[in-house]
Design a protein around this ligand. Sequence first.
Ligand code: AMP
Length: 315
Amino acid sequence: MFSKNYSAKVGKKCNFSKIINGVYLILFLSFIYPIMRTLKRKGEIESLLENYRNNEKSIGFVPTMGALHRGHLSLIRKAKEENDICVCSIYVNPTQFNNPNDLEKYPRQLEEDIKLLENINCDILFAPDNEEMYPENEDEMSFNFGELENVMEGKYRPGHFMGVGTIVKKLLDIVKPNRAYFGKKDYQQLLIIRSVCEQYNIDTEIIGCEIIREEDGLAMSSRNKRLSPKQREEAPYIYSVLDYASIMGRRMQVTDLKDWVAKKISSNKEMELEYFEVCDANDLSIIKEWGYDQKVMGFIVVNMGDIRLIDNINI
Ligand code: AMP
């Protein structure tokens, strides 16, 4: 007969070795099935997602250009909450940059992004290269965005929405998600993408997500990483002007509000106003007078050196 003490010791040892074996098993499984799959080829992700679709799993998709921040992560969290499988893409799309300098300097940090995505349990990352997304001898797509393309980003960045439409259509064709998530920070882009889906009968629900800001009000953006300490210190001023415009806006004439914003921004030596527009939120038509019961938004682009910052607010 063993003493009680001896049995207790052996029992403890057994439990301990069970735990160790469990840990090894988890490490082994996570080696074979990494927590997040990173794929670079269209064919690979298409066949992986086909399996999920055949098993009736819903797919949520968040397209990005990387250099991820909390704004992007909020979209991924929402996609995870509302779907069985969450796919994120990282691809800096050259055709949407009308300024080659902006494309060259766009921040790229894939390894860091992969860690951020793994930390929030994103299931699949699609990170293709240019050859994969723009094979040679491919026909150009065509879009008709109507008036949406003639204001603000469409007017100031010629060809930009042709590039956005092309890449988003390609990505939606590859991922075929049930839902795709886009930030309202790029509000005009959100409406353009809804239009792409209408024009091509794409059966994906396009979901607009709220703007995530730094504590000081600056809208989060990958381009913020390029601001100098002085520029970063001044940048929240853009939101403070917008915020005031949102509160006071309707007490002024629309033209007076535009003049006031232009004057305020030009009073800051670090900033150059590209545009401030006041538009109907449904179709982005530029308004001249406040309409009763009309949803109106103010849209701003400010350049700080060669860094272009975009933001908007309800008025
Ligand atoms: P980007 O990587 O800049 O192409 O952005 C990818 C997606 O994240 C787009 O749908 C953006 O509108 C969205 N996004 C970027 N910044 C923010 C933000 N501060 N808050 C919410 N969504 C954002």
